[in-house]
Structures are given as structure tokens and as C-alpha cells.
Ligand binder design. Structure first.
Ligand code: ATP
Ligand code: MG
Length: 563
């Protein structure tokens, strides 16, 4: 079953709810939103949420908003906003004219906080953050009322207004909802609605020095935008009663309903913006878009196609229960797309020179090489063959063990699309290092088939030395050494020391030098690769997206045997 058919027509509890709401007329048009906080780059977990929100809107003929939840001016940056927009677009989704910011609603949110104060449902508290935490109680103990909880409406209104005017320093006062300090749900123990932050905001500048909390901004922003289905991850389940309380106690224009689904967790991967920021800041990776990062920009640079991410989101689906997805499944989706799309090319990463002794000096032949066996319309290309070739160092052993079928002294192998060649002599330098192989070829085997039907056990890739283009190739592995990074409490200790290997002195066939950033190729027998943006004229750089070995298929086959 291909990943596309697997993803097709899948439903889940959220799509069932949406379908039922449309059928019953409860909502006329489905409106969802993706609400990132612009305090970092998006990662593959966000991609799950993007595919869900934009996917549901598309499938049910509704719309999906992109809304920046920019309520914390101290951590937010324009760089993140730009990257988020680019990443959502790259994933193949479009918010049209529906680009919003929580900061667009600051005035409205402030008025609604005043509304609660007027109604005696919110108050200004002078306790410090630590004292508020101390008064909050625990899961087993009720909280205690703040001594300022009984302030008059008039005094609260006056203080809130002076907070807004900037009369008090950061942390001096907050506005809290007056709900229930004894509630079993800690979120309802008089949560903070507004805090003082004497910090300019990327969009509102110096207009404000009080900012709404995420909890106070989020649901009301949805209500302002007419969001019908507010989809979020499970950690917000306990916040839902609070969001509903706001909606019930405020004159909001619409009543969104919230539904929670499980966050994506991936083996060998950490999906936390805070930790990813730490990797970037400490220089442990090449940046947010390092090809080992689980960020969307990282996997794009790594060569993962957007289609593969959408396929993956479709296969994992959405559920109510947390589980860890095997990263091999994501890699399977990537291979599945690349196998169909990527042109096959020759590259030699660790070259060993081969001289074909009986091939005429100066002669160059053009042989036909298939571009993609999965796609006959991709046709063929000419590859040049000559007397001096490069093969992969790993493809030769002077003293081969039993199961090594590739080139060895006296042995014949096939050079793909070219000839059968036999190794006659091993040339070494003064230190005993192998520097060259002397071979002969059989002129009757042009194209790779022998008229007498003899079939060597190995077929090797190769490049004509005179026509090879030098390249840098970066090999990537998982960023972490263990499936559950940080299981012992130290994420950094589980960083793999060999997640990146940079190879200089590699060679690729000339057509590869023209591959543009964003395109993928398969280097035959080696894996899928893509040009890195670090490439310069005369110095192409390629990233290994993945090797060819699909561990997911192997795991599944093993599962079937076990069953
Ligand atoms: P992080 O924990 O990495 O900092 P976050 O939840 O703080 O992520 P937001 O910018 O607030 O990041 O997230 C935007 C949306 O993406 C939210 O609706 C959130 O629920 C969703 N999201 C974040 N991480 C995941 C994940 N691992 N799986 C699914 N959805 C996610
Ligand atoms: Mg968040």
C-alpha cells in the first residue's frame, strides 16, 4: 500500500465532529486556525497541527486563519514571524487574507478585562508572582484568597487604568479573574489576565505596557475571528473550563468550541522550541535550519519534500492519546516520495582511481543511463566513459571476506550502464595505501550485458575521472543517539557526536552540478541527496537526505512475521 492510498479518506474524531456539526447545521462554515507564538521556528509537531487545521478547512470547504499569538513581546521576533509564514506556505497551505495577530485585539481584550472588573469578576492584585504562586495551593490543597481580592470595583478600575498608563513597574500588580480559589481545577483559581511589561512590542510598539496573558487572549481571539473549531493539543484540556468561563462572561461575538488532540512525539527527536533555541544559541547546530533539526526549515534543507510531511500527517492521524511515533515512519514517507521523483545520478563519495588498461587513451564514449526506473517518462541521459574512472573505495577489497561480492583482485564486476571489468593489479604508495586499481574491460559487454550470459554478482557506480565535478557532501544521521532523548534527564548528553560528517573530495557527474536548491537526486546505491544553500559556483555542496535502506518497511515486515 502506498502512503498516498493509506492517507486517503482517513477520518478521525475531529473530522467526525466537524462533519456532524455541518450536517446538523450547528455551524454553516467551518473556521479553524493555526496559532503559533512567534518565539521560535516551527517544527514537525507544528506541521501536524498545520496539516490538521488547514486540511480540515480545505476538506470541508471552510477556511483556516494564520494567527500569531504575540502576547509576550519579550520573546518574539520578526525573524520568527517571517520564517513561520514561509514554512506554512512551503507545506502547501494558504491563509489567503486571513492573517491575524493577537496584538490586533489588544484594545478589545483590554476592554473585556475592564468589563470583568466592572462586573466584579476581576480585580487588581498587588501580590508578587511568588506570592501568587504560594497562594494558589496544590492539586490536593485549595488555594487562599489574596488580601486584595475584596477591592472595590472603583478602586480596581482606577488601578487598572493606571497600570495601563505606565505608573507602576513590571511585576508590581496584575489583574486577575475572580473565579474560585478552591476550585479542583487550578486554572480556575483566579488566573492572571493582565501583567505589566515595560517592553515594546514588535507590532504595537510603545502603545502598551500591560499585556494580556496567553490564556486570556487565546479563546477571545478565536471568538473575535469566528473560529468554530478551536483545535489544540491535550495540555490545554484543563484550560478549557477557563476558556469557557471567559466566553460565558464576556460579550463575545461568537462561541468557539475547543477540541484537544495528542501532540506529535517522535523517536530520536526533541520537539521543544526552547530546547531547539538552546541548540542554536550554543552553536551545536548550523542554525534553526540545520538539516538535523526537526524544524520545518531544517527538514526542508535536509531535502524532505513537503508532500512527504503531508503524507506523514495523514498516516499518523489525530487521536486523543499520547504516543511516540517511530521516526522511521517519517523517513519512510520521505523515501516513498523521493523514490518516485528523484533522478538517479552517479556520485562517488570516497574515490578510488581505476585505470582500464585496454581502453584507448583519449577515447570518450557516451553511454545511456536511465534517469528513473520508477518513471519511464524521465528518459535517459548520456554518461561519459573513459580510460580513467573513479569508483567508491568501499567497493574494493584486496582480501575480501566471504560475502563481499564487489571488486577484488582477479574478480569481474559490472560498471552500471557500461562494461564488465576485471581487476588485474593493485597499485600502492610508499606507505602501502591503495592508490589505484589497474583493470581490463570486455568490449563485448557494452551497456553491461555479456553476450555469453555471464553475470557478475555486483554492479558498481562510477564516474569518468576527467569528467567528474568535485563536490562537498554532508552525511546526516539522527541528532540524538537514543530513541527517547533525555530519558536520563540530560538532553545534551544524548546528542550524537557523529550526526554530521562532512566529506570533501567527493565527485559527482556533471549534470548534478546543475541541480537547484529544493530539488532532490538519488546518488545510486548511496541515498537521496539535495543541494545545500551553502553551494557556491564551482563548489557544490550536497546534503544526504536519507540512505536508501527503509528501516520502517523492515520493522513492518518483522511485525507481520511476529503476528
Ligand atoms: P513548543 O512546545 O515546541 O514550544 P508550543 O506549543 O509552545 O510548542 P505554539 O507556537 O504555541 O508552540 O504552537 C502553535 C500550535 O502548534 C499550537 O496549537 C500547538 O498546540 C501546536 N503544536 C505545538 N507542538 C505540537 C506537537 N508536537 N504536535 C502537535 N501540535 C503541536
Ligand atoms: Mg505554546
Amino acid at each position: 500500500m502506498s502512503t498516498e492510498t493509506a492517507a486517503e479518506g482517513r477520518s478521525d474524531f475531529i473530522r467526525e465532529i466537524v462533519a456532524e456539526d455541518l450536517r446538523s447545521g450547528r455551524v454553516a462554515t467551518v473556521v479553524t486556525r493555526f496559532p503559533p507564538e512567534p518565539n521560535g521556528y516551527l517544527h514537525i509537531g507544528h506541521a501536524k497541527s498545520i496539516c490538521l487545521n488547514f486540511g480540515v478547512a480545505r476538506e470541508f470547504g471552510g477556511r483556516c486563519h494564520l494567527r500569531f499569538d504575540d502576547t509576550n513581546p519579550t520573546k518574539e521576533e520578526q525573524e520568527y514571524i517571517d520564517a513561520i509564514e514561509a514554512d506554512v506556505r512551503w507545506l502547501g497551505f494558504d491563509w489567503g487574507e486571513h492573517l491575524y495577530h493577537a496584538s490586533d485585539y489588544f484594545e478589545q481584550l483590554y476592554e473585556w478585562a475592564v468589563h470583568l472588573v466592572r462586573a466584579g469578576k476581576a480585580y487588581v492584585d498587588d501580590l508578587s508572582a511568588d506570592e501568587i504562586r504560594e497562594h494558589r495551593g496544590t492539586l490536593t490543597e485549595p488555594g487562599r484568597d489574596s488580601p486584595y481580592r475584596g477591592r472595590s470595583v472603583q478602586e480596581n478600575l482606577d488601578l487598572f487604568e493606571r497600570m495601563r498608563k505606565g505608573e507602576f513597574p513590571d511585576g508590581a500588580r496584575v489583574v486577575r479573574a475572580k473565579i474560585d480559589m478552591a476550585s479542583g481545577n487550578i486554572n480556575l483559581r483566579d488566573p492572571v489576565l493582565y501583567r505589566i511589561l515595560q517592553a515594546p512590542h514588535p507590532r504595537t510598539g510603545d502603545a502598551w505596557c500591560v499585556y494580556p496573558t496567553y490564556d486570556f487572549a487565546h479563546g477571545q481571539s478565536d471568538a473575535i475571528e469566528g473560529v468554530t473549531h478551536s483545535l489544540c493539543t491535550l495540555e490545554f484540556e484543563d484550560h478549557r473550563p477557563l476558556y469557557d468561563w471567559f466566553i460565558e462572561n464576556l460579550p463575545v461575538p461568537s462561541h468557539p468550541r475547543q477540541f484537544e488532540f495528542a501532540r506529535l512525539k517522535l523517536s530520536y527527536t526533541v520537539l521543544s522550541k526552547r530546547f531547539l533555541l538552546k541548540l542554536v544559541n550554543e552553536g551545536r547546530v548550523r542554525g534553526w535550519d540545520d538539516p538535523r533539526m526537526p524544524t520545518i526549515s531544517g527538514i526542508r534543507r535536509r531535502g524532505y519534500p513537503a508532500q512527504a510531511i503531508r503524507d506523514f500527517a495523514g498516516i499518523i492521524g489525530v487521536a486523543k492519546r499520547d504516543s511516540v511515533v517511530d521516526v522511521a515512519m517519517l523517513e519512510h514517507c520521505v523515501r516513498d516520495v523521493l523514490n518516485r521523483k528523484a533522478a538517479r545520478r552517479f556520485a562517488v563519495l570516497r574515490p578510488l582511481k581505476v585505470v582500464i588498461e585496454n581502453y584507448p587513451e583519449g577515447k570518450v564514449e557516451e553511454l545511456d543511463a536511465v534517469n528513473n526506473p520508477e518513471d519511464p517518462s524521465a528518459g535517459t541521459r548520456p554518461v561519459r566513459f573513459s580510460r580513467a574512472l573513479l569508483i567508491e573505495r568501499d567497493d574494493f577489497m584486496e582480501d575480501p571476506p566471504k560475502k563481499f561480492y564487489r571488486l577484488a583482485p582477479g574478480r569481474e564486476v559490472r560498471l552500471r550502464y557500461a562494461y564488465l571489468v576485471t581487476c588485474r593489479e593493485v597499485v600502492k604508495d610508499a606507505r602501502g595505501e591503495i592508490v589505484e586499481l589497474r583493470c581490463t574491460y570486455d568490449p563485448a559487454t557494452r551497456g553491461g550485458d555479456a553476450p555469453d550470459g555471464r553475470r557478475p554478482k555486483a554492479t558498481l557506480h562510477w564516474i569518468s575521472a576527467a569528467h567528474a565535478v568535485p563536490a562537498e557532501v554532508r552525511l546526516y544521521e539522527h541528532l540524538f543517539t537514543r530513541p527517547e532523548p533525555g530519558a536520563d534527564g540530560d538532553l545534551l548528553a544524548d546528542l550524537s557526536p557523529s550526526s554530521e560528517e562532512v566529506l570533501r573530495g567527493c565527485f559527482v557527474e556533471p549534470v548534478v552540478a546543475d541541480v537547484a536548491v529544493g530539488e532532490a537526486v538519488q546518488f545510486e546505491r548511496l541515498g537521496y541527496f539535495c543541494p545545500d544553500p551553502d553551494s557556491r559556483p564551482g563548489h557544490p555542496v550536497f546534503n544526504r537526505t536519507l540512505t536508501l535502506k527503509d528501516t520502517w518497511l523492515r520493522l513492518q515486515a518483522r511485525g507481520r512475521e511476529d503476528a
